[in-house]
Design a protein around this ligand. Structure first.
Ligand code: DX5
Ligand code: ZN
Length: 220
């Protein structure tokens, strides 16, 4: 099942509740929560407090994307009854195997994010531990960037990995994050992406629910 995960990094924070209600009305499937620490990425966004302000205010599950150094320090802050995924960057984890197991022990699905230049080989020994592989299609830190076309090849290769007979995690979800819009959506889906993160292309639309419905209509 293909899922739409609008990134609230690109929402109007002065009206965050309304904006989340708008994506929910439009049929979005997840709220992508972009957490940035100003160290792992050259930008600071928000912490768990902002995400927790949405608990109970929306039925949408949280797809937490931690763009932070040493994420182990903060994992439990992001565990709520609505947290479906916590995704950490392979580049930010010294002990990725342990971090993914820690996320699972907290009762949450574990994701691994890879920056554009990072090889899929870093997944070799942890792919069966991951519930999501998040392929970054921009260099992380900011919304509104253009999708780097070569990253769609990484999506394709991850989908091929998942299809290997010896691979015991056929439920693995492939996320694509950065610069996704209605123009490149078809190529992203064809490459094998399951969770489509969209920031500016959703939240900068004049009619947010309609834009979400446009995405969803093409994701069937
Ligand atoms: C970038 C974030 C993305 C971004 C998406 O570091 O991880 O989720 O906010 O925004 P767009 O879709 O505008 O690139
Ligand atoms: Zn993100």
């Amino acid at each position: 099942m293909k899922r739409l995960a609008p990134s609230i990094l690109c929402a109007d924070f002065s009206r965050l509740g309304e904006q989340v209600a708008a994506i929910e009305a439009g049929g979005a499937d997840l709220i992508h929560v972009d957490v940035m620490d100003g160290h792992f990425v050259p930008n600071i966004s928000f912490g768990a407090t902002v995400m927790k302000s949405l608990v109970g205010k929306t039925a949408l599950p949280f797809d937490v994307h931690l763009m932070i150094e040493e994420p182990d320090r903060y994992l439990k802050e992001f565990v709520t009854e609505q947290t479906e995924y916590i995704t950490v960057h392979a580049e930010a984890c010294v002990h990725l195997d342990r971090t993914l197991k820690t996320i699972h022990d907290m009762g949450v699905k574990a994701g691994v994010a890879l920056n554009p230049a990072t090889s899929l080989r870093v997944l070799d020994w942890v792919l069966e531990l991951a519930d999501q592989v998040l392929i970054m299609s921009v260099n992380p830190g900011f919304g509104g960037q253009s999708l780097l076309p070569y990253t769609l090849e990484k999506v394709r290769e991850t989908a091929a990995l998942r299809g290997r007979p010896e691979f015991r995690n056929p439920e693995l979800a492939i996320g694509l994050d950065g610069g996704v819009n209605l123009e490149n959506l078809g190529r992203a889906l064809e490459a094998g992406a399951d969770i489509l993160v969209a920031g500016n292309s959703v939240f900068k639309a004049a009619d947010i629910p309609a834009r979400c419905r446009e995405f969803k209509a093409r994701m069937i």
